[in-house]
Design a protein around this ligand. Structure first.
Ligand SMILES: O=C(O)CCC(=O)C1=CC=C[C@@H](O)[C@@H]1C(=O)O
Ligand SMILES: [Mg+2]
Length: 375
């Protein structure tokens, strides 16, 4: 593959409304738009870490550092014939999955464009449309959550995920079931806020027919989750605990979950995400694509990945207007039908980047060329 330049642009974009989880309230999104240029095409990706290491250990700053110090120089120093080579190239460097993914995903987009195909096609995805859900944060009151659920159900979203934390859990789920009925496809995400000592409460949640409960226990645990899964009929879904294909193998072997949330950033890129998808499929474990409040470029990557056939549960890839007043891509990501997004058929991610919008939110920029790095 021809790779002539890598550009990093850090953007800070205000959210339409604050988004709160058990560990953090976000009011804006800070990320790096990575572009990889070669052969007259440009591949794009977004970094997904937060500004403080509360979801995982990475931050926007650590990603910038990893990219400029190790990952971009390594990419320029190597011969890449396929994006799968990028994850092999980065494998000896420990962790830093979100940094690796930011560059690897941009290479995937460039590859698809250079090959004259869509990213979904390059990944082997067959679906023409995908079913999607929406993630609802913790709100100042249960009533606020109910208002959000009402709005997103009206927009047709096919899965409602609500964030819970100790003190804001049973009451919320009960109120949603009472107001909207037993048929609403509902799940809860605890972002690691509980421990096995909360078993009585988690067992109470079991009566509400949730599609799943996501990451109830510690961010680095798969043992206690296996113990908990044996006590619950509600499927457990792992998010924070799954970083590598080996984590998936162990979680399946132990019975730590029945569903896995695949986030491309958390697992180090599209090649690894696809491997996890395939392994889960072999074991009859359904997967869905999680989100990190991405803008359009990240959403487009998630859509392409979700076109693989074991993504059978609607993911968190909602439309652009869920979080953003203005998009950096054209067209913005819109529902093609209630609760459905179309998988683009155009080249690469299938959305174009509006440089003017990027500049509006840009706070830092750097460009890297093989010639300057190795001069
Ligand atoms: O809409 C999205 O992109 C999903 C948002 C969401 O639920 C999450 C984003 C970032 C970190 C977490 O709080 C969380 C998750 O755990 O899935
Ligand atoms: Mg989660």
């Amino acid at each position: 593959m021809k790779i002539e330049q890598v550009k990093l642009q850090q953007l800070q974009v205000p959210l339409k409304a604050p988004f709160e989880t058990s560990f953090r309230r976000m009011v804006d999104k800070d990320f790096i738009l990575v572009s990889v240029h070669g052969g007259g095409e440009v591949g794009y990706a977004e970094s997904v870490a937060m500004t403080i290491p509360v979801y995982n250990e990475e931050t926007t700053e650590t990603i910038w550092y990893m990219l400029e110090t190790f990952l971009i120089p390594q990419l320029f120093a190597s011969k890449i014939t396929h994006p799968d080579n990028v994850s092999e190239l980065f494998a000896p460097l420990r962790r830093n999955h979100m940094a690796k993914a930011a560059l690897e995903m941009a290479v995937w987009d460039l590859y698809a464009k250079q090959q004259g195909m869509s990213l979904a096609h390059a990944l082997g995805g067959q679906k023409k449309t995908i079913d999607v859900g929406v993630s609802i944060g913790i709100e100042p009151s249960v009533d606020h959550v109910l208002q959000n659920v009402e709005r997103f159900l009206a927009e047709g979203y096919k899965k409602i995920k609500v964030k819970i934390k100790p003190g804001f859990d049973l009451e919320v789920i009960k109120a949603i079931r009472e107001r909207f009925g037993a048929d609403v496809p509902l799940m809860a995400d605890a972002n690691s806020a509980y421990s096995l000592s909360d078993l009585p409460l988690l067992k109470e949640l079991d009566q509400y027919d949730l599609i799943m409960i996501e990451q109830p226990l510690a961010h680095d645990d798969i043992i206690d989750h296996a113990k908990l899964q044996r006590e619950l009929k509600t499927p457990i879904c792992l998010d924070e605990s799954i970083h590598t294909i080996v984590d998936v193998e162990k979680a399946i072997e132990l019975g730590s979950c029945k569903i896995i949330n695949i986030k491309v950033g958390r697992v180090g890129g599209l090649t690894e995400a696809k491997k996890m998808h395939d392994l889960c499929q072999k074991h009859g474990i359904p997967v869905w694509c999680g989100g990190m409040l991405e803008m359009g470029v990240g959403r487009a990557h998630n859509i392409a990945l979700t076109s693989l056939d074991n993504f059978t549960i609607p993911g968190d890839t909602s439309a652009s207007d869920r979080y953003w007043l203005e998009e950096i891509v054209e067209p913005e990501v819109k529902l093609a039908a209630p609760g459905m997004l179309a998988v683009p058929t155009g080249l690469g991610i299938g959305y174009s980047v509006n440089e003017e919008k990027v500049k509006k939110f840009q706070v830092r920029e750097a460009s890297f060329h093989p010639a300057t790095l190795f001069a």
